[in-house]
Design a protein. Structure first.
Lengths: 390, 356
């Protein structure tokens, strides 16, 4: 990625080159512009365009989940600059309202971010929201998998925190899988609560490749289309438009972008897993590491995996919904596992549907307490306690 | 104690579910599970002649042994034949074929050996010396597929079973994703595959069997198999996927089956068809004009014009690869005048195996 001091940016031919990406030499400004075009391209729909006159009411509310990772911070910067551009014309009104959401407890970092962008935030309409992931915990029940792969649901009277719920799973990988699901669920519920019709995730191309492969490894291959393809998705009776504007940008490019924007101090760095033994890593960490190692020798792998991921469709057929992750089940995992098991007991019936991925995470002969019902739209609107700080 | 019979001493933890089992129970469970797969998928019909693709390695040796056992136990009434391919790799295939020949005696099955040399007039050793180690697996894979079909056809057999196990299947699913191979993505986890127009079907009774269990079965049954890796290293990129699988298995032991479960669900989006200009087709007068300007002479259009083997293109992949080889062989012949080709190959092999 680095280049020598004598190189000049290939785009403006003036500034010194600071980064080499896709075999092209860029200065900081041109590189930022290059990546921003990619974000604008994914958000070129009519509904995001600048509005004039009385069309204020038609402006969509766009939710940007901010984890304080490099990607979501970079996307935040790009979207803010997009809105700033839209407001340059005095008669124009910004095309959409941005709602920045952080699922977590880190309010200090959000304050820091708002101060850093204060000069722009005076001009554009942006809302900031922090939601405690604990709101995810409700309607708990115990779901157990018997040795015969039958799923049993029993009532639960204990009150457990999200942290305690996660600690029920022995492997870090299962814990991470359920944590990710909890956060995503809170994001979508917040979208409903905040009346947002669009959700923009900061997933980079590298992240999408990682997710595609990791979903396959977790037995969730059928969910690839639903989870990773952009477009409309049904959620509690309404439609949410999900977009990943950075799907054409590599993680390494985002890193450079964050550096050029001086956003490094905002990034919440994750604990490095490099020195952990393979046994203590999660499926996602192993897959990420795999892509990082093959990237230099086989640079096309990441885009290839993302491309084939977008070509996947959801399988056909009537599907049941998993009680834990709410994803569709196309083939009963119990019947599938029984066909290759000598000791199968086909008489044992399941009480509730559980998808294959969750069944493996819970473990045969194991059980876990977990929220088993997704609240309705009315419940979300009525019960969600949100720290609104506009 | 064995968790199943609770009578004998457990000797192993079953890799699939970590159940503690005695030797006899493991044999029973492993064999029955393969029988279940065969039953469920209706792999055989009574009186069917089935060729076992036998390399002498652990998978195919266990396959031959188990199919013989199950055929007798459950009375499938199938006729089993061993079919081996001699790729012509000195120091590897010649030794493994010796194993197959012993298996032939042990299992009392007829054996047919088809060699690359007879079919294509090339041995793998010659191909590698000509085109290098890097693409060896490409050549070998394409040629072997055809050789197996041709061998089966020669024996009047329409069904070839191979020893591909769950680990192989999972690796293929990952490789298809990593290579973006849409043509193979949907069908790579099928237990039985058959090309359109081909009389020969292939199936993989070990689709759900862990490689580790196959090794354990061979070990406890004291089966006679050949365990040396091919002289030509596997393709480097596949190697990276293998390492990833190993690491994944250590954090998620079920990942092999999980990947197969995912693979069975992969479905590609329907391609949007562009409405092109539609001309009324006049029957019997249709002539296909290919992109290179040549005209197809055959109406079904799916046969290789050179060898008659199934092919979507004018010339099948095997003929195409061989054509490329032939052109480079001609060049080599001038340089190799001093040392005859065969001697050169042998010399090269000896050099490879030299140790100090």
């Amino acid at each position: 990625m680095e280049c020598s001091l004598d190189d000049v940016c290939n785009r403006c031919k003036k500034e010194p080159c600071l980064v080499v990406s896709r075999k092209d030499h860029f200065c900081a400004a041109c590189f930022k512009k290059f990546l921003c075009t990619k974000q604008r391209k994914q958000m070129q729909d009519e509904k995001f365009k600048v509005k004039f006159g009385n069309s204020r009411a038609e402006r969509p509310r766009v939710l940007l989940p901010l984890s304080y990772g490099s990607s979501s911070l970079a996307l935040f910067d790009m979207v803010i600059s997009h809105l700033e551009e839209q407001c340059q014309n005095e008669r124009a009104v910004q095309g959409y309202v941005l709602v920045v959401l952080h699922v977590g407890e880190d309010t200090a970092r959000m304050e820091l971010l708002r101060r850093k962008y204060s000069h722009v935030l005076e001009k554009v309409e942006v809302e900031f929201v922090t939601v405690d992931p604990a709101v995810f915990v409700r309607d708990l029940a115990k779901v157990a998998v018997t040795e015969e792969y039958a799923v049993r649901r029993t009532e639960n009277s204990e009150s457990l925190s999200l942290q305690e719920l996660l600690l029920q799973f022995e492997s870090r990988s299962s814990r991470q899988d359920f944590w990710q699901q909890a956060v995503q669920e809170v994001v979508f519920r917040s979208a409903v609560a905040q009346s947002c019709s669009v959700v923009i995730f900061g997933h980079s191309m590298s992240r999408l490749a990682e997710e595609t492969l990791a979903l396959t490894v977790k037995g969730r291959g059928s969910e690839t289309a639903h989870r990773l393809t952009d477009g409309n998705m049904d959620y509690v009776g309404g439609a949410l438009h999900v977009i990943r504007p950075l799907r054409d940008v590599l993680a390494s490019e985002i890193k450079a972008y964050v550096r050029f924007c001086g956003l490094q101090e905002m990034v919440a760095t994750e604990a490095s897993v490099k020195h952990k033994s393979a046994k203590n890593k999660t499926v996602n960490e192993l897959v990420r590491e795999y892509f990082e190692t093959v990237e230099s020798e086989y640079p096309e792998v990441i885009s290839t995996v993302v491309k084939i991921g977008t070509k996947l469709d959801s399988p056909q057929g009537a599907a049941q919904q998993c009680i834990l992750c709410h994803e569709a089940i196309y083939r009963d995992p119990k019947t599938w596992l029984e066909q290759m098991s000598e000791s199968a007991n086909k008489q044992a019936q399941s009480d509730v549907p559980l998808c294959y991925g969750c069944l493996v995470d819970v473990g045969v002969g194991g059980g876990a307490v977990w929220p088993v019902r997704r609240p309705s739209k009315e419940e979300i609107l009525a019960e969600y306690i949100l720290d609104n700080e506009i | 104690m064995c968790e199943r019979c609770e009578a004998s001493k457990a000797v192993m933890r079953r890799p699939k579910n970590l159940q503690k089992l005695c030797k006899e129970c493991f044999f029973h469970v492993f064999e029955t599970e393969i029988h279940l797969t065969i039953e469920k998928e209706k792999l055989f019909y009574p009186g069917e002649k089935v060729a076992i693709g036998a390399s002498g390695g652990k998978d195919s040796t266990v396959l031959a042994s188990i199919l013989k056992t199950l055929n007798e136990r459950y009375n499938y009434r199938v006729h089993l034949v061993l079919l081996s391919i001699d790729e012509g790799i000195v120091g590897y295939r010649d030794d493994s074929l010796a194993t197959v020949k012993r298996n032939q005696q042990q299992y009392e099955m007829p054996l047919e050996i088809v060699s690359y040399k007879d079919l294509y007039n090339w041995t793998m050793d010659e191909i590698v010396s000509c085109s290098g180690m890097k693409s060896s697996c490409t050549y070998c894979g394409v040629l072997r597929r055809q050789a197996l079909d041709r061998g089966a056809m020669k024996l009047g057999i329409n069904h070839v079973v191979t020893g591909h196990n769950a680990d192989d299947m999972a690796e293929t699913v990952l490789m298809n994703l990593l290579r973006g191979d849409t043509a193979r993505l949907e069908s790579s986890t099928n237990i039985t595959t058959k090309s359109t127009g081909s009389p020969i079907k292939r199936s993989k009774p070990f689709k759900y069997c862990y490689q580790k269990e196959i090794v354990l079965y061979a070990h406890y049954k004291k089966l006679d198999y050949f365990s040396t890796e091919c002289t030509y290293a596997p393709e480097a990129f596949r190697g990276t996927a293998r390492v990833l699988m190993k690491n994944l298995e250590s954090v998620r032991p079920s990942c092999i089956l999980d990947i197969i479960y995912s693979g069975e669900h992969f479905k590609l989006k329907q391609r949007k068809k562009r409405p092109g200009p539609q001309k009324p087709a006049i029957q019997g007068q249709e002539t296909e004009i290919r992109s290179d300007g040549s005209v197809s002479l055959q109406n079904d259009g799916n046969r290789c014009e050179k060898c008659g083997y199934l092919s979507t293109n004018k010339i099948c992949k095997a003929c195409l690869l061989l054509q490329g080889l032939e052109s480079s062989r001609a060049k080599l012949a001038i340089a190799a005048e001093a040392v005859p080709k065969v001697e050169e190959d042998q010399l090269q092999h000896r050099l490879q195996h030299l140790s100090f």
